[in-house]
Design a protein around this ligand. Structure first.
Ligand code: NAP
Length: 233
């Protein structure tokens, strides 16, 4: 098998879909992983054209069994993963003040945004280690920056700050390998999550993620970026 394999979670819509499209245009075989297999298949059908190579897979990042079965499917099919984009995310407490945020919303946010990326990375790491140039991109947010922390949206902010901690820790653990592990904020992007007032298109938002997914050997690891520029933790 010649082309590199990229896995994108939450690739059926929004930024993830554009990341899948842009990686396919760069010659990657892209696994469009979505909570709904039907939606993954529909996305693959819509994005397939020319030389693009895309395939559909099911994954609910909150469900250990679903993550394990994705890993088994990829092991059987490719035996290797070169790029993992932990993109699946939710923002359930947008603009909510602290006192209005329920414990269950906080828990659910952590389940998707933080533990989801943890689960998928852990399950796919044996295959990433087989790659000559593994790249892991955790799609984070400026709202998770401790330095820029302000009020409201505490669950989402905390989930992305914790995701950034995962990025740094995994990058450190893989420091003696060719792997690059980074967090990327796509900017404020017009999607269902970002809302339609956002100034950045999903395709523009995807660019900084694709940059981190395609870093050269001398590229950075363990960083937090937006459009290739470092952000404060
Ligand atoms: N938009 C912004 O302004 C912005 C800014 C900073 C960071 N981000 C981050 O960018 C990433 C993508 O967001 P987006 O704006 O493209 O949002 P979006 O359009 O709402 O898409 C979110 C994606 O995540 C998937 N997802 C949610 N829960 C999941 C689960 N349990 N398992 C698997 N997939 C799940 C959704 O799948 P379903 O269709 O099945 O729900 C959907 O594909 C997120 O991590 C978000 O936090 C976005």
């Amino acid at each position: 098998m010649s082309s590199s394999v990229a896995v994108v979670t939450g690739a059926n819509r929004g930024i993830g879909r554009c990341v899948a499209e842009q990686l396919a245009d760069r010659g990657y075989t892209v696994v469009v992983a979505s909570r709904s297999l039907d939606q993954a298949r529909q996305t693959v059908a819509e994005l397939s054209s020319g030389d693009r190579s895309l395939l559909a897979a099911q994954v609910d990042v909150t469900d250990e069994e679903s993550v394990q079965s994705l890993a088994s499917e990829l092991t059987e099919r490719f035996g290797r993963v070169d790029v993992l984009i932990n993109n699946a995310g939710v923002a359930l407490d947008k603009f909510q003040p602290f006192e209005a945020t329920s414990t269950s919303v906080f828990e659910e946010t952590l389940q998707v945004n933080t533990l989801g990326a943890f689960r998928v990375t852990k399950a796919l790491l044996p295959m990433l280690r087989v790659s000559e140039a593994p790249r892991i991109v955790n799609v984070s947010s400026q709202l998770g920056s401790l330095e820029r922390m302000t009020s409201r949206t505490v669950a989402y902010r905390a989930s992305k700050a914790a995701l950034n901690a995962v990025t740094r820790s995994v990058a450190h653990e893989l420091a003696d390998t060719p792997a690059k592990v980074n967090s990327v904020c796509p900017g404020w992007v017009a999607t269902e999550l970002g809302g339609l007032d956002a100034p950045t298109s999903p395709s523009e938002g995807a660019r900084g993620i694709v940059w981190a997914a395609t870093l050269p050997e001398q590229g950075p690891t363990g960083g937090f970026f937006q459009e290739g520029t470092p952000l404060p933790w």
